[in-house]
Design a protein around this ligand. Structure first.
Ligand SMILES: [Zn+2]
Length: 117
């Protein structure tokens, strides 16, 4: 992939990275605040546990994407960005446009989704 193109994706990845970092640290903070709001009755406690569970899963997803975004930025540094990690073919541009941190081409992603990879 030429440098001009990778620059566009690098910028998008960096934007995404800072968004995710903000969301992850906000979720951590919200989780702590939910703890500190000394709740008394059982309904409050249940709601609180639910909120924490939700925040936990949400920030887990964000952390996973964050890791993939960092990997993609590494691949840009190593000049291997845009190459499928499974079949070494170029990842389709429309796939990178939709998911700039994609590790797999469309075919391999489908196989992975089906548990074949
Ligand atoms: Zn592939």
């Amino acid at each position: 992939m030429d440098r001009k193109k990778t620059d566009v994706y690098r910028k998008r990845l960096l934007d995404k990275q800072s968004d995710l970092l903000r969301m992850v640290s906000k979720a951590d903070q919200d989780g702590r605040e939910a703890d500190e709001e000394g709740t008394q009755d059982l309904a409050d406690k249940a709601a609180n546990a639910y909120t924490k569970e939700f925040l936990f899963h949400q920030s887990n997803d964000n952390r996973q994407i964050l890791a993939m975004v960092s990997e993609a930025l590494d691949r840009i540094k190593n000049d291997s960005y845009g190459v499928c990690v499974a079949c070494d073919q170029e990842v389709q541009i429309k796939r990178l446009d939709a998911v700039p941190w994609a590790r797999h081409c469309i075919e391999c992603q489908e196989k992975q989704d089906q548990g074949l990879l």
